[in-house]
Design a protein around this ligand. Sequence first.
Ligand code: SF4
Ligand code: SF4
Length: 74
Amino acid sequence: MNQQRKKHVKITAEYCKACGYCIKVCPDNALEFERKFNSSGYHPVKWKGKCRMCGLCYTVCPDFAVEIDDQETS
Ligand code: SF4
Ligand code: SF4
């Protein structure tokens, strides 16, 4: 067994109010607005899938929409 824990950025689209703070602070340009709307009428942010995992997006989000998650892979 060769299991590893791989980090990823998880955004709860329904909590996002599209303020854009996370996009502004991201040093890797790894976040962008989605084209679709959430149920509150905002374009939520999505993670593009690769970044340095600095955690700034998690720190600045005023709506608790961002989590840094561990995902088990094998
Ligand atoms: S963890 Fe850092 S590098 Fe990754 S998306 Fe968030 S702000 Fe950008
Ligand atoms: S900081 Fe939070 S609420 Fe603002 S755009 Fe990013 S995920 Fe959405």
